[in-house]
Design a protein around this ligand. Sequence first.
Ligand code: ZN
Length: 175
Amino acid sequence: MDDEAILGEPRVLRGTALNQAALKRREVFTTSYSPNLRYAWDTGEAIGRYLEELKQGRLIARLCRKCERVMIPPRIFCERCFRRTDDWVYVKDTGKVNTFSLCYVNWEVRRLNRPEIPAVIEVDGASPGMGILHLLGNVAPEDVRVGMSVRAVWKPPSRRTGSITDIAHWKPIRP
Ligand SMILES: [Zn+2]
């Protein structure tokens, strides 16, 4: 890189479209690397209990008695009342679709022919607007509607790890 690029006006660099032929001719440098990285995360009191309960196939929330809200995911501190929340409350593993998206790209940025359907689920028993981001399943993309009732599809107990992915997805409750 010359000094002008560092010290002068920022240059606008035109992008280069990648294609399979260029990759085959090795005109593009590629590499793969699988780092063996481990990390630990302190969940805190509220999320720690939430994850433990998920492993048991239950959803738990926190109640703030002052503003009378049932909050999920649970938090120990109420951001409205600026005080510690009061109680643990089990909520249902059913809810309603608050919003959703049809996503044709997965986490590895690969194109999908059938979209994943991330959605915010308002959980029954929690206060209005309280919900969790998850995935819808057992439903055709064109049939998804805001407000539709859904139920959690839990992984078998032996495959649960204390993670939000202990719920495989949420499926419609057919009337
Ligand atoms: Zn409150």
